[in-house]
Design a protein around this ligand. Structure first.
Ligand SMILES: *[C@@H]1O[C@H](CO)[C@@H](O)[C@H](O)[C@H]1NC(C)=O
Ligand SMILES: *[C@@H]1O[C@H](CO)[C@@H](O)[C@H](O)[C@H]1NC(C)=O
Length: 212
């Protein structure tokens, strides 16, 4: 039996949880019979092979892979009154690694800089069909926050200002399954008028907590 059918079988058994969650995962109905048939096979297989198989399942890849595909800063300025004024945008690509449709209706993106939380932005609902990759619309973080930076952090801010590349963290709260996605240490270039800035290098996010 392949890894793929293992995932499908497990997704079928998790239907109860899925219905209660605020995001929906819709089975493609034509596949249900096939999938549930796979469960019987799987149960036999698990009995037969036992623990090693369960360990393999636990190390399966995350169900949706999130990548920061692009990011750029319009302005980023720490005023002398310890207020950070910022305007930057982040474009996320989401890849569904599973064989069923997923909808994310209440996702929130939270940006932070040197352990200080900036704004959080409610993301537009999005849907991922089976094995599909979607580039989401850019998320714009704009506002100002009072923050006290430690001397070391301030030195880093000054260095980043010189380079015109700031290290920002973005978290995604998917508001389902208590899953948080962590996209730390993004090196985001400041796109200032006329100047050629280095390209943002796309960065893969990781899962912060247990998935279930
Ligand atoms: C902080 O400084 C900025 C720029 O100098 C100014 O526009 C803003 O009003 C100040 N904010 C506060 C809360 O004093
Ligand atoms: C992207 O990667 C290249 C090559 O490693 C590097 O030279 C460049 O500075 C990186 N860009 C940013 C914005 O960090």
């Amino acid at each position: 039996m392949t890894y793929k059918s293992l995932e499908e079988a497990v997704s079928c058994t998790q239907t109860d949880q899925i219905e209660e969650a605020s995001c929906t995962e819709t089975q493609q109905s034509s596949k249900i019979e096939e999938v549930c048939g796979a469960i019987l096979l799987l149960l036999l297989l698990v009995l037969f092979i036992g623990i090693p198989n369960i360990v393999a399942f636990n190390s399966e890849p995350p169900r949706t892979k999130f990548t920061i595909a692009d990011a750029s800063i319009v302005h980023f300025n720490l005023a002398s009154n310890n207020t950070l004024y910022y305007n930057f945008r982040v474009t996320i690509a989401a890849k569904n690694l599973q064989n069923y449709i997923k909808s994310y209706d209440k996702a929130t993106a939270i940006a932070s800089y040197k352990d200080n939380q900036l704004t959080s932005v409610k993301m537009a609902p999005f849907k991922l069909s089976s094995k599909n990759t979607v580039r989401l619309e850019p998320i714009v973080f704009e506002g100002n926050n009072v923050m006290i930076l430690e001397p070391q952090q301030l030195a880093k801010y000054n260095k980043e200002t010189q380079l015109e590349i700031y290290n920002l963290d973005v978290d995604l709260d998917l508001d389902c399954y208590k899953v948080y996605i962590h996209c730390p240490s993004l090196r985001v270039p400041l796109i200032s008028n006329g100047k050629v800035a280095p390209n943002f290098n796309s960065t893969t996010c990781s899962y912060k907590d247990d998935r279930w």
